[in-house]
Design a binder for this molecule. Structure first.
Ligand code: 8NA
Ligand code: MG
Ligand code: MG
Length: 345
Protein backbone atom coordinates (compact mmCIF):
# COMPACT_ATOMS: atom_id res chain seq x y z
CA UNK A 1 0.00 0.00 0.00
CA UNK A 2 0.91 3.67 -0.17
CA UNK A 3 2.49 5.76 2.55
CA UNK A 4 0.75 5.33 5.92
CA UNK A 5 -2.07 3.34 4.26
CA UNK A 6 -4.69 1.48 6.25
CA UNK A 7 -3.07 -1.79 5.16
CA UNK A 8 0.20 -0.77 6.81
CA UNK A 9 -1.64 0.20 10.03
CA UNK A 10 -3.37 -3.18 10.12
CA UNK A 11 -0.11 -4.93 9.39
CA UNK A 12 1.69 -3.13 12.20
CA UNK A 13 -0.87 -3.86 14.91
CA UNK A 14 -1.77 -7.39 13.86
CA UNK A 15 1.93 -8.13 13.30
CA UNK A 16 2.68 -7.08 16.88
CA UNK A 17 -0.07 -9.28 18.31
CA UNK A 18 0.99 -12.28 16.21
CA UNK A 19 4.61 -11.92 17.27
CA UNK A 20 3.59 -11.91 20.92
CA UNK A 21 1.19 -14.86 20.65
CA UNK A 22 3.42 -16.99 18.39
CA UNK A 23 6.59 -16.15 20.31
CA UNK A 24 5.17 -17.17 23.67
CA UNK A 25 5.91 -20.81 22.93
CA UNK A 26 9.67 -20.25 23.09
CA UNK A 27 10.00 -17.42 25.62
CA UNK A 28 13.03 -18.00 27.79
CA UNK A 29 14.34 -20.93 25.72
CA UNK A 30 17.96 -20.91 24.65
CA UNK A 31 18.47 -20.81 20.91
CA UNK A 32 15.63 -22.77 19.28
CA UNK A 33 16.24 -25.12 16.29
CA UNK A 34 14.50 -23.73 13.19
CA UNK A 35 12.81 -27.13 12.72
CA UNK A 36 10.92 -26.63 15.96
CA UNK A 37 9.92 -23.11 14.99
CA UNK A 38 8.58 -24.29 11.62
CA UNK A 39 6.76 -27.18 13.23
CA UNK A 40 5.06 -24.73 15.60
CA UNK A 41 4.08 -22.41 12.75
CA UNK A 42 3.02 -25.17 10.33
CA UNK A 43 0.75 -26.55 13.01
CA UNK A 44 -1.37 -23.41 12.67
CA UNK A 45 -2.18 -24.22 9.03
CA UNK A 46 -3.75 -27.50 10.02
CA UNK A 47 -5.78 -25.99 12.81
CA UNK A 48 -8.55 -24.89 10.45
CA UNK A 49 -11.12 -24.49 13.20
CA UNK A 50 -8.92 -22.31 15.37
CA UNK A 51 -9.17 -24.82 18.22
CA UNK A 52 -5.90 -23.92 19.86
CA UNK A 53 -5.97 -20.20 20.46
CA UNK A 54 -2.55 -18.89 21.40
CA UNK A 55 -2.92 -16.35 24.19
CA UNK A 56 -1.31 -12.96 24.17
CA UNK A 57 0.93 -11.83 27.02
CA UNK A 58 1.89 -8.57 28.78
CA UNK A 59 3.13 -7.14 25.48
CA UNK A 60 -0.32 -7.11 23.90
CA UNK A 61 -2.17 -6.50 27.18
CA UNK A 62 -0.27 -3.21 27.64
CA UNK A 63 -0.43 -2.31 23.94
CA UNK A 64 -4.22 -2.56 24.19
CA UNK A 65 -4.15 -0.12 27.11
CA UNK A 66 -2.06 2.34 25.09
CA UNK A 67 -4.42 2.06 22.11
CA UNK A 68 -7.55 2.45 24.19
CA UNK A 69 -6.15 5.43 26.07
CA UNK A 70 -5.04 7.24 22.90
CA UNK A 71 -8.36 6.54 21.16
CA UNK A 72 -10.54 7.47 24.12
CA UNK A 73 -8.66 10.65 25.02
CA UNK A 74 -7.66 11.61 21.48
CA UNK A 75 -4.24 12.62 22.83
CA UNK A 76 -1.59 11.39 25.27
CA UNK A 77 -3.06 11.45 28.79
CA UNK A 78 -0.60 10.07 31.32
CA UNK A 79 -3.15 9.63 34.14
CA UNK A 80 -5.57 7.76 31.94
CA UNK A 81 -2.89 5.50 30.47
CA UNK A 82 -1.40 4.74 33.90
CA UNK A 83 -4.81 3.80 35.27
CA UNK A 84 -5.47 1.51 32.34
CA UNK A 85 -2.15 -0.29 32.92
CA UNK A 86 -2.98 -0.74 36.60
CA UNK A 87 -6.52 -1.92 35.93
CA UNK A 88 -5.42 -4.37 33.24
CA UNK A 89 -2.84 -5.86 35.62
CA UNK A 90 -5.41 -6.07 38.41
CA UNK A 91 -7.83 -7.97 36.20
CA UNK A 92 -5.29 -10.30 34.55
CA UNK A 93 -2.06 -10.47 36.54
CA UNK A 94 -1.00 -13.76 34.94
CA UNK A 95 0.03 -12.45 31.52
CA UNK A 96 3.77 -12.88 32.09
CA UNK A 97 4.79 -9.43 33.33
CA UNK A 98 8.42 -8.73 34.25
CA UNK A 99 9.13 -9.34 37.91
CA UNK A 100 10.00 -5.68 38.66
CA UNK A 101 7.23 -3.91 36.79
CA UNK A 102 4.44 -5.51 38.81
CA UNK A 103 5.42 -3.29 41.75
CA UNK A 104 4.88 -0.22 39.57
CA UNK A 105 1.55 -1.55 38.35
CA UNK A 106 0.37 -2.12 41.91
CA UNK A 107 1.36 1.40 42.98
CA UNK A 108 -0.33 2.91 39.93
CA UNK A 109 -3.68 1.61 41.10
CA UNK A 110 -3.57 3.74 44.25
CA UNK A 111 -6.13 6.55 44.13
CA UNK A 112 -3.83 8.69 46.31
CA UNK A 113 -1.05 8.77 43.73
CA UNK A 114 -0.61 12.26 42.29
CA UNK A 115 2.53 11.82 40.15
CA UNK A 116 2.02 8.80 37.91
CA UNK A 117 5.71 8.79 36.91
CA UNK A 118 6.88 8.42 40.52
CA UNK A 119 6.49 4.62 40.97
CA UNK A 120 8.65 3.97 37.88
CA UNK A 121 11.35 6.31 39.21
CA UNK A 122 11.53 4.34 42.46
CA UNK A 123 12.44 1.07 40.68
CA UNK A 124 15.81 -0.59 41.10
CA UNK A 125 17.14 1.69 43.80
CA UNK A 126 16.04 4.82 41.97
CA UNK A 127 17.79 3.92 38.73
CA UNK A 128 14.60 2.84 36.95
CA UNK A 129 14.00 -0.19 34.75
CA UNK A 130 15.93 -0.78 31.53
CA UNK A 131 13.64 -3.68 30.57
CA UNK A 132 11.95 -3.84 27.17
CA UNK A 133 8.46 -3.40 28.64
CA UNK A 134 8.21 0.19 27.36
CA UNK A 135 9.31 -0.78 23.86
CA UNK A 136 7.07 -3.85 23.58
CA UNK A 137 3.93 -1.66 23.79
CA UNK A 138 5.22 1.32 21.76
CA UNK A 139 3.66 0.66 18.34
CA UNK A 140 0.46 2.69 18.95
CA UNK A 141 2.50 5.88 19.38
CA UNK A 142 3.71 5.54 15.79
CA UNK A 143 0.13 5.01 14.62
CA UNK A 144 -1.51 7.84 16.56
CA UNK A 145 0.98 10.63 15.83
CA UNK A 146 2.51 11.49 12.47
CA UNK A 147 4.65 14.45 13.50
CA UNK A 148 8.18 13.22 14.27
CA UNK A 149 8.64 15.36 17.40
CA UNK A 150 5.32 14.06 18.80
CA UNK A 151 6.26 10.47 17.99
CA UNK A 152 9.50 10.78 20.00
CA UNK A 153 8.00 12.79 22.84
CA UNK A 154 4.99 10.58 23.52
CA UNK A 155 6.82 7.29 22.97
CA UNK A 156 9.22 8.42 25.67
CA UNK A 157 6.55 9.60 28.12
CA UNK A 158 4.42 6.51 27.55
CA UNK A 159 7.35 4.28 28.40
CA UNK A 160 8.35 6.38 31.43
CA UNK A 161 5.13 5.36 33.20
CA UNK A 162 6.96 2.10 33.99
CA UNK A 163 10.54 2.55 32.73
CA UNK A 164 12.40 5.63 33.96
CA UNK A 165 15.92 4.53 32.96
CA UNK A 166 16.93 6.02 29.60
CA UNK A 167 18.08 2.59 28.47
CA UNK A 168 14.45 1.53 28.89
CA UNK A 169 12.51 4.48 27.47
CA UNK A 170 14.95 5.21 24.65
CA UNK A 171 14.37 1.65 23.46
CA UNK A 172 10.70 2.56 23.18
CA UNK A 173 11.60 5.69 21.20
CA UNK A 174 13.74 3.60 18.82
CA UNK A 175 11.01 1.00 18.32
CA UNK A 176 8.44 3.73 17.64
CA UNK A 177 10.75 5.46 15.15
CA UNK A 178 11.28 2.16 13.32
CA UNK A 179 7.51 1.71 12.92
CA UNK A 180 7.08 5.39 12.01
CA UNK A 181 9.56 5.15 9.13
CA UNK A 182 8.37 1.69 8.04
CA UNK A 183 4.82 3.09 7.69
CA UNK A 184 6.22 5.61 5.24
CA UNK A 185 7.79 2.89 3.11
CA UNK A 186 11.35 3.66 4.25
CA UNK A 187 12.33 -0.03 4.42
CA UNK A 188 12.39 -0.05 0.62
CA UNK A 189 15.93 1.33 1.02
CA UNK A 190 17.37 -0.60 3.99
CA UNK A 191 20.66 1.33 4.23
CA UNK A 192 18.86 4.66 4.31
CA UNK A 193 16.42 3.26 6.89
CA UNK A 194 19.16 2.24 9.34
CA UNK A 195 21.10 5.47 8.76
CA UNK A 196 18.01 7.49 9.53
CA UNK A 197 17.44 5.59 12.78
CA UNK A 198 21.06 6.19 13.78
CA UNK A 199 20.91 9.90 13.10
CA UNK A 200 17.62 10.27 15.01
CA UNK A 201 18.98 8.29 17.96
CA UNK A 202 22.10 10.47 18.07
CA UNK A 203 19.77 13.30 19.00
CA UNK A 204 17.67 11.19 21.38
CA UNK A 205 20.69 9.83 23.28
CA UNK A 206 22.63 13.07 23.43
CA UNK A 207 21.17 14.41 26.68
CA UNK A 208 22.78 14.32 30.14
CA UNK A 209 20.37 11.73 31.49
CA UNK A 210 21.25 9.25 28.73
CA UNK A 211 24.98 9.89 29.21
CA UNK A 212 24.75 9.40 32.98
CA UNK A 213 22.66 6.23 32.71
CA UNK A 214 25.02 4.72 30.15
CA UNK A 215 28.02 5.47 32.35
CA UNK A 216 26.34 4.05 35.47
CA UNK A 217 25.59 0.80 33.62
CA UNK A 218 29.06 0.55 32.07
CA UNK A 219 27.69 0.99 28.57
CA UNK A 220 29.35 3.14 25.93
CA UNK A 221 27.87 6.60 25.35
CA UNK A 222 25.03 6.47 22.80
CA UNK A 223 24.36 2.78 23.55
CA UNK A 224 21.48 2.36 21.08
CA UNK A 225 23.49 4.07 18.33
CA UNK A 226 26.38 1.70 19.02
CA UNK A 227 24.04 -1.28 18.63
CA UNK A 228 22.55 0.13 15.43
CA UNK A 229 26.06 0.39 14.00
CA UNK A 230 26.45 -3.33 14.80
CA UNK A 231 23.17 -3.97 12.96
CA UNK A 232 24.67 -2.16 9.99
CA UNK A 233 27.85 -4.27 10.15
CA UNK A 234 25.80 -7.48 10.25
CA UNK A 235 23.70 -6.31 7.28
CA UNK A 236 26.87 -5.94 5.22
CA UNK A 237 28.06 -9.44 6.06
CA UNK A 238 27.30 -12.21 3.53
CA UNK A 239 26.40 -14.90 6.02
CA UNK A 240 25.28 -14.26 9.57
CA UNK A 241 24.78 -17.06 12.07
CA UNK A 242 22.13 -17.05 14.78
CA UNK A 243 24.95 -17.31 17.35
CA UNK A 244 26.50 -14.11 16.02
CA UNK A 245 23.21 -12.25 16.20
CA UNK A 246 22.75 -13.33 19.79
CA UNK A 247 26.30 -12.47 20.84
CA UNK A 248 26.48 -9.14 18.95
CA UNK A 249 22.96 -7.83 19.58
CA UNK A 250 21.40 -10.01 22.31
CA UNK A 251 18.02 -11.67 22.78
CA UNK A 252 17.29 -10.64 26.37
CA UNK A 253 14.75 -8.65 28.36
CA UNK A 254 16.75 -5.38 28.38
CA UNK A 255 15.56 -2.94 25.72
CA UNK A 256 19.19 -2.57 24.61
CA UNK A 257 19.40 -6.33 24.03
CA UNK A 258 16.14 -6.66 22.13
CA UNK A 259 15.02 -3.56 20.21
CA UNK A 260 18.07 -3.39 17.89
CA UNK A 261 17.79 -7.19 17.56
CA UNK A 262 14.18 -6.89 16.39
CA UNK A 263 15.20 -4.24 13.85
CA UNK A 264 17.97 -6.51 12.59
CA UNK A 265 15.52 -9.42 12.19
CA UNK A 266 13.29 -7.29 9.97
CA UNK A 267 16.20 -6.10 7.82
CA UNK A 268 17.76 -9.55 7.54
CA UNK A 269 14.46 -11.11 6.44
CA UNK A 270 13.71 -8.56 3.70
CA UNK A 271 15.05 -11.18 1.31
CA UNK A 272 14.73 -14.99 1.23
CA UNK A 273 17.20 -16.73 3.54
CA UNK A 274 18.62 -20.22 3.66
CA UNK A 275 16.86 -22.29 6.31
CA UNK A 276 13.55 -20.47 5.91
CA UNK A 277 10.79 -21.93 3.69
CA UNK A 278 10.78 -20.59 0.13
CA UNK A 279 7.02 -20.09 0.20
CA UNK A 280 7.29 -17.74 3.18
CA UNK A 281 6.78 -14.04 2.61
CA UNK A 282 8.81 -11.41 4.45
CA UNK A 283 6.58 -11.14 7.50
CA UNK A 284 6.55 -14.91 8.01
CA UNK A 285 10.33 -15.03 7.63
CA UNK A 286 10.74 -12.27 10.18
CA UNK A 287 8.59 -13.91 12.84
CA UNK A 288 10.16 -17.34 12.30
CA UNK A 289 13.65 -15.86 12.52
CA UNK A 290 12.85 -14.05 15.79
CA UNK A 291 11.54 -17.25 17.35
CA UNK A 292 14.70 -19.14 16.39
CA UNK A 293 16.80 -16.67 18.41
CA UNK A 294 15.29 -17.88 21.65
CA UNK A 295 15.41 -15.63 24.72
CA UNK A 296 12.64 -13.03 24.95
CA UNK A 297 10.98 -14.41 21.82
CA UNK A 298 7.49 -13.05 22.39
CA UNK A 299 8.72 -9.50 22.81
CA UNK A 300 11.33 -9.56 20.02
CA UNK A 301 8.77 -11.08 17.63
CA UNK A 302 6.16 -8.55 18.78
CA UNK A 303 8.46 -5.61 18.04
CA UNK A 304 9.77 -7.06 14.76
CA UNK A 305 6.22 -8.08 13.78
CA UNK A 306 5.06 -4.48 14.19
CA UNK A 307 7.87 -3.08 12.03
CA UNK A 308 7.53 -5.81 9.39
CA UNK A 309 3.74 -5.47 9.38
CA UNK A 310 4.05 -1.71 8.80
CA UNK A 311 6.34 -2.44 5.85
CA UNK A 312 4.57 -5.35 4.13
CA UNK A 313 1.00 -4.44 5.06
CA UNK A 314 -1.94 -6.61 6.10
CA UNK A 315 -1.91 -8.78 2.97
CA UNK A 316 1.34 -10.34 4.18
CA UNK A 317 -0.34 -11.79 7.26
CA UNK A 318 -1.25 -15.48 6.89
CA UNK A 319 -4.97 -15.91 7.74
CA UNK A 320 -4.19 -19.16 9.56
CA UNK A 321 -1.85 -17.29 11.92
CA UNK A 322 -4.31 -14.50 12.51
CA UNK A 323 -7.08 -17.01 13.29
CA UNK A 324 -5.02 -18.69 16.00
CA UNK A 325 -3.92 -15.59 17.91
CA UNK A 326 -5.96 -14.04 20.69
CA UNK A 327 -6.60 -10.34 20.10
CA UNK A 328 -5.60 -10.36 16.43
CA UNK A 329 -9.14 -9.68 15.17
CA UNK A 330 -9.59 -6.83 17.59
CA UNK A 331 -6.30 -5.33 16.45
CA UNK A 332 -7.89 -4.84 13.02
CA UNK A 333 -10.53 -2.59 14.52
CA UNK A 334 -7.96 -0.52 16.43
CA UNK A 335 -5.96 -0.08 13.25
CA UNK A 336 -8.91 1.54 11.50
CA UNK A 337 -9.53 3.93 14.38
CA UNK A 338 -5.86 4.84 14.80
CA UNK A 339 -5.59 5.43 11.06
CA UNK A 340 -8.34 8.05 11.36
CA UNK A 341 -6.60 9.68 14.33
CA UNK A 342 -3.26 9.77 12.47
CA UNK A 343 -4.74 11.38 9.37
CA UNK A 344 -6.94 13.80 11.32
CA UNK A 345 -6.15 17.35 10.15
P1 8NA B 1 10.80 -5.09 34.34
O1 8NA B 1 10.75 -3.62 34.43
O2 8NA B 1 10.49 -5.87 35.55
O3 8NA B 1 12.23 -5.49 33.79
C1 8NA B 1 12.52 -6.83 33.51
C2 8NA B 1 13.72 -7.31 34.33
O4 8NA B 1 14.89 -6.66 33.91
C3 8NA B 1 13.63 -7.03 35.81
O5 8NA B 1 12.83 -7.94 36.47
C4 8NA B 1 15.10 -7.11 36.21
O6 8NA B 1 15.51 -8.44 36.33
C5 8NA B 1 15.78 -6.50 34.99
N1 8NA B 1 16.07 -5.05 35.20
C6 8NA B 1 15.44 -4.01 34.61
N2 8NA B 1 15.98 -2.84 35.01
C7 8NA B 1 16.97 -3.13 35.87
C8 8NA B 1 17.91 -2.34 36.60
N3 8NA B 1 17.94 -1.00 36.52
N4 8NA B 1 18.79 -3.00 37.37
C9 8NA B 1 18.79 -4.34 37.44
N5 8NA B 1 17.93 -5.14 36.78
C10 8NA B 1 17.03 -4.55 35.99
O7 8NA B 1 9.77 -5.63 33.25
P2 8NA B 1 9.50 -5.26 31.72
O8 8NA B 1 8.12 -4.77 31.60
O9 8NA B 1 10.59 -4.42 31.18
O10 8NA B 1 9.52 -6.68 31.06
C11 8NA B 1 10.59 -7.10 30.30
C12 8NA B 1 10.33 -8.51 29.81
O11 8NA B 1 10.05 -9.32 30.93
C13 8NA B 1 9.19 -8.65 28.87
O12 8NA B 1 9.64 -9.23 27.69
C14 8NA B 1 8.20 -9.56 29.55
O13 8NA B 1 7.69 -10.49 28.64
C15 8NA B 1 8.89 -10.08 30.74
N6 8NA B 1 9.26 -11.46 30.87
C16 8NA B 1 8.35 -12.32 31.36
C17 8NA B 1 8.65 -13.64 31.53
C18 8NA B 1 7.59 -14.53 32.05
O14 8NA B 1 7.53 -14.81 33.22
N7 8NA B 1 6.68 -14.99 31.20
C19 8NA B 1 9.90 -14.12 31.22
C20 8NA B 1 10.85 -13.24 30.72
C21 8NA B 1 10.50 -11.91 30.56
MG1 MG C 1 5.35 -11.03 27.09
MG1 MG D 1 8.68 -11.06 26.68
Amino acid sequence: GGTASISRFRGALVGAVLGDCLGGEFEGAEEVPMDRVLQHLNGLDHDTRGDSILQYSDDTAMTRCVVQSLLTRGEFDQQDMAHRFAEEYRQAPGRGYGSGVVQVLRKLSSPRLSDVFQPARAQFGGRGSFGNGGAMRAVPFALAFRNLADVKRYARLGAMLTHSCSLGYNGAVLQTLAVHYALQGALAVPQAFINRLISEMEGVEGDDQARNDARALNEPEFPFCARLHKVKDLMEQNAVSIEEVISELGNGIAALHSVPTAIFCVLHCLEPRAGLPEQYGGLERTVAYCLALGGDTDTIACMAGAIAGAHYGADAIPPSWQRCCEGAEEAEAWAHRLHLLYHQP
